[in-house]
Design a protein around this ligand. Sequence first.
Ligand SMILES: [Fe+2]
Ligand SMILES: [Fe+2]
Length: 311
Amino acid sequence: MPDLDTTQLLAALEPVAEENLNRHLQVAQDWMPHEYVPWSLGRDFAELGGEAWSADQSQLSQIARTALEVNLLTEDNLPSYHREIERAFGRDSAWGSWVNRWTAEEGRHAFCIRDYLLVTRGVDPDELERARMQTMETGYDSGDKPLLNVCAYVSFQELATRVSHRNTGKFTDEPIAEKLLTRVAKDENLHMIFYRNIIQGALELAPNQTMRAITDEVVDFQMPGAIIPGFGRKAVQMAMAGIYDLRIHHDDIVAPLLRQWGVWELEGLDSEGEKARDQLASAVAALDAEATRFVEKREERAAKVRARQEA
Ligand SMILES: [Fe+2]
Ligand SMILES: [Fe+2]
C-alpha cells in the first residue's frame, strides 16, 4: 500500500483526535498555577532598591538549579512548538481545538516555574533571561517533519518531559518545588496519552508507514531543549545526578511506549514495515547497551569519589 499523504492521514485520524480531545477534556483537572508559588518569600531586586541576586540566597543545590533552569527554558520555547504543532495538525476540527488547548496548558508550565524561581531566588535571573532570549531566538525547528513523525516524537518527548519534571522535583528536596513539578508532570502525562493514542490509531490505519515514523524518531531522538545554551554540559550534570539519563530514557520512555503500542507483536507488516521494525529493534538494543555502559561509568566514578573521601 502506498503511503498516505498528510491530508488523508488528518482526515482518517480525525475521529481518533476528536475522541481523545474529549477524553482529555474530561480527565484534565483545572489547576491554578499561582497556588503553587510561595509569594511571601518574594522581594525586590537591585533596580527597585532591593538586593541583587547571589547564589547563597538559594536553598537549592547547584544541580537542582541547573535542572530547573533547563526544564524552564525548554518550556519557554512554546511559541516554536506551537508553530510546529499547528503546521502539522492545522487549525480545523478536533486537530485545531487540540492545538489551542494543548498550547494553553503548556503556557502555564513556564510561568509558574519562573514565578517559583524568582520569588525563591532559585536561579540567577539575569543569566536566566539571557538564556531565554538566546533559546527563543534560536527557536525550535523540526525541519517540517511529516505528521506521523511529529506524533511519534511528541509521544516520546511529552513522556520525557514528564519524567524530567518529576525527577527534578524529587531532586530539589524542597516540598513546594516538588509539589509544583509533580503538578506540571501530570499535565505532560495527559499530553503524552493524547499523542500516544493518535499513534495507536495510526498503527491500525497505516502500520508500515507508522512503524517507519516511530523508528526514525527513536533513532534520532533529541530533547526539545537541546538548543539551550550549554545544554550538553547541563544534560551531563542531570544524567550524572540521575535526573535524566540513558537508562531512564530506555527504561521509562522508549521501552514502555513501544510495549504499549504493541510494535513487537504487530502482524501483517510488509517488507518495508519489517525493515523499519528490525532497525527499531537494533536501535533499542544499542540504546540499552549504551545505557548500561553509562551507568557503569557513573558507578565507577562515584566509587572513586568515595575512596578519595575515605582516604
Ligand atoms: Fe510542558
Ligand atoms: Fe506537555
